[in-house]
Design a protein around this ligand. Sequence first.
Ligand code: FMN
Length: 484
Amino acid sequence: MQQQSSEYPVIIQGGMGAGVSNWRLAQAVSRLGQLGVVSGTALDHILARRLQDGDPGGHMLRGLQAFPFRAMAERIYKEYYIPGGKDAKAPYRASTLHTKDNPRELVELCIAGNFVEVYLAREGHENPVGINYLEKIQLAHLPTIYGAMLAGVSYVLMGAGIPLKIPGVLDRLAEHQPVEYPLSVMGAREGESYLMHFDPAEYMESPLPPLTRPKFLAIVSSNTLAATMLKRANGKVDGLIIEMPTAGGHNAPPRGKMQLSETGEPIYGERDQVNIAKLTELGVPFWLAGGYGHPEKLAEALAQGATGIQVGTAFEFAEESGLRADYKVALMTKAKNGRAKVFTDPLASPTGFPFKVARLEGTCSEPESYAARPRICDVGELREAYRTPEGEVGYRCAAEPETVYVSKGGDAAEAEGRKCVCNALLANIGQPQSRNGGRVELGLVTAGDELTSIGRFLHEQQSTYTAADVVNVLLQGVQKEAVP
Ligand SMILES: Cc1cc2nc3c(=O)[nH]c(=O)nc-3n(C[C@H](O)[C@H](O)[C@H](O)COP(=O)(O)O)c2cc1C
């Protein structure tokens, strides 16, 4: 049975990691009655860095003051807050990299970082807010989801993998029950399983009432995966987001052997087409994503039986997003002048997934900037877990120094062309790491093919637009009254 679409948003502002869909953007969209979604990626690093930047506006402090675990909040604030902010040239503190058994301090930072982002996005209104995670970034799943739930998140959205075991985690965390999650370990032998554990009781400072179990939306890119999620998940999947390969961020690889076009981009064919009519038979609400940021596309999606659309790129360039202003202005200018280019890079992301990259001088999209960067892996969100010859779990990243990667059993060919997406994404939101010798990490902007047409949200004479401008334009597709 198709559910009542009125209980669901028509527009989902897609999660954009890391920190692009921040609490400000999500709050703006949710206040407008659509679904604002914060990115849950790397919020531990982001909270720590915002505090080291002196917490401009005092927002992190406000979020931490609302955190139910008071002693934990104080520990974190005391540990990272630098009054007035760190010296601009000084590096941020080295991060603790995630592993299967994270140290307590890191787990606390994950819980609090996710709490603060959702709390701030929900501040001052009653509308639902969602959080987005990538299944592939598994090592922090359990405490991060718990932190978001403590703040009353209404939706958890997850793609980039097959999140079959997340719905059950949500059910248990709502009751503050211990949870586990199977870590994917490359080279694991048959019968070996590597479970991550998290018990809220070890972190709670006083008993709490049960939490709301958020709705779970799985992000998938094919009919098969959509059906699998509904059939095999260990709990309720409340809806689906179907993401096409024009979407910003990581894209699902084409089916079959990867074929590249003359420009070196993955070729998507017939087999990658989604049968939308078939999705309506699944009986859950679904949203279409990837190039749907136009009123006509919203109207088309609704006519095809979708509950609505998920839009990323259009919101990425809104004033409220976390993308740093100089990158926003430069790319909007290019878009207006018809010079914006997006390249679907089959190699850049260490995950091995195609990754959309906006060409921009002074960022790692440019071969000379990429070549000038020594390989360093010190954020580690995208590290892959592998089985060591001793049967332990090791961690490696195809973008780390090649010799190190190979010494961990990685294939040298896999390292070619890989970029440090972790450092670049933090640079994109104005938190670049400074290195000894004064080098500062450069960004690498991801955007969907829609980048070329974002000028459509600008009013005459204006050089920027807001999330409300995007929502207003899109809602023309459902002939609703424009939102003030
Ligand atoms: C800058 C940027 C970052 C993104 N990061 C994520 C992410 O971390 N997780 C995710 O599931 N999707 C991510 N996406 C995809 C969006 O959530 C959304 O599905 C997509 O942008 C929709 O297509 P559109 O860009 O054509 O509107 C990202 C998109 C952009 C533009």
